[in-house]
Ligand binder design. Structure first.
Ligand SMILES: NC(=O)c1ccc[n+]([C@@H]2O[C@H](COP(=O)([O-])OP(=O)(O)OC[C@H]3O[C@@H](n4cnc5c(N)ncnc54)[C@H](OP(=O)(O)O)[C@@H]3O)[C@@H](O)[C@H]2O)c1
Length: 265
């Protein structure tokens, strides 16, 4: 059983907290403790004034506040982080170097979850800290495994990882919304079209992961010569969908790089 303190219990903090609370001793620090009233009894909930108590003997500290709250919060938290604790930050766009400025002499690790961890279907990127024992690494993997796919990566790949896994759901939801609209235009209700589309997407994911075939090859399997599907593919190419997707992901990536540059200025 690990002693874990979660700082900031919004979407991400509460997803981890609720699961960890089943097997571990979890304390939560939340600006507004009434916001996490439903957790009372399952975890110990502390206000900002009780940071010292909440961090007492913590082995793992999960920092899950918004990046814009970091500069105000860090000085209040730092003095109470136990010497040997591992602080895990989920803050997007906040490098280990930036974190070390705020939390000197504390063992730090970056972790990027996507919001599907709430459904335990997430992807979690983990940057290996300099000082971590094989036992701690194993313990971390055990703690995070229930939330989805785990992927260790060097920090210089974290922006690419963030775009593909954390930003991407927004684009995929937009594509799904557009498909629903098209379904409605063709005479189906959105209510009727949604489960059909969901199962189609699930099928596509299953085909890709089970056959291990290239998406292009799977596309050709469903496009018969002079048929309906290839007519749609033509319209899709005319509409520059590939270019739009490429540019979308790179715009998010460039934005991430610019945020780092701004922080270092
Ligand atoms: N959501 C995602 O999909 C996602 C993906 C990857 C990474 N992340 C990262 O995860 C972090 C949390 O995101 P989120 O979506 O969970 O945010 P959120 O829902 O806004 O949760 C953050 C919570 O922390 C509270 N808080 C702020 N300062 C605090 C402090 N000093 N001590 C205790 N609590 C404090 C906030 O209170 P107030 O609202 O009153 O300020 C809020 O309740 C962010 O840094 C984000 O970059 C999120």
């Amino acid at each position: 059983m690990a002693k874990i303190t979660v700082i900031g219990c919004g979407t991400i903090g509460s997803a981890f907290t609720m699961h960890w609370a089943k097997d571990h001793q979890v304390s939560v620090i939340e600006k507004n403790p009434s916001r996490v009233d439903t957790m009372q009894g399952k975890v110990q909930v502390f206000s900002l004034k009780e940071i010292k108590k909440a961090l007492l003997n913590a082995e793992i500290v999960l920092l899950a506040i918004k990046p814009q709250d970091l500069s105000d919060s860090a000085s209040k938290i730092t003095p109470f982080i136990p010497k040997n604790a591992l602080m895990i930050s989920v803050l997007a766009g906040t490098s280990t170097t930036m974190l070390a400025d705020y939390f000197p002499d504390i063992r730090l690790m970056r972790l990027i979850p996507n919001n599907a961890i709430v459904q335990q279907q997430g992807v979690i990127g983990m940057v290996e800290p300099e000082e971590i024992t094989p036992i701690e690494k194993k313990q971390l993997e055990t703690l995070l495994h229930p939330f989805g796919l785990l992927h260790w990566l060097p920090e210089d790949k974290i922006d690419a990882f963030t775009v593909l896994t954390s930003c991407n759901p927004a684009y995929l939801f937009t594509i799904m919304e557009t498909m629903l609209d098209a379904g409605v235009h063709m005479g189906l209700s959105a209510h009727e079209a949604l489960p059909l589309l969901l199962q189609t997407w699930k099928g596509v994911v299953a085909m890709l992961s089970n056959t291990k075939k290239h998406p292009g090859e799977l596309k050709w399997q469903v496009t018969s010569p002079a048929g309906m599907t290839i007519a749609g593919v033509r319209a899709l190419e005319k509409g520059n969908l590939r270019s739009a997707i490429f540019e979308t992901l790179l715009a998010a990536y460039d934005k991430g790089l610019n945020l780092h540059v701004k922080h270092h200025q």
